[in-house]
Ligand binder design. Sequence first.
Ligand SMILES: [Zn+2]
Ligand SMILES: [Zn+2]
Length: 127
Amino acid sequence: MRNSSADQLILETLGVQKSHLTSHQIYEGVHLRLPALNPSTVYRALDRLVSQGKVTVSDMGLGAAVFELAGEKPHHHLVCQGCGYITMIADDQIAPLMETLEKNYHYKIKTNHLVLFGLCEQCQQNH
Ligand SMILES: [Zn+2]
Ligand SMILES: [Zn+2]
């Protein structure tokens, strides 16, 4: 089995769902299209896409890492630990922080999908 087809199917699965999927959910999506692919091939292809920067991987507090298409522009999230609501943050609010950190710590930051945990406005009132 050629690697490129596994890569392609993973990117298509993530593109169609347009959300954060666990590696298992991605495998299931790919498996529906091409049952001959074995899980280790899919997971290896997924790792490769992450290291190429085409797919982001994050901990969103769901118990398993989630993957998403990197897309043209990075985006980030606030995740409410009360109700689980996920808010999207545009990169222009995070980019200046990343630049400051890179400058101050002489780092090249590779995180392209930042997830911050907290409580949403609603949940703050309920606590
Ligand atoms: Zn995301
Ligand atoms: Zn909440």
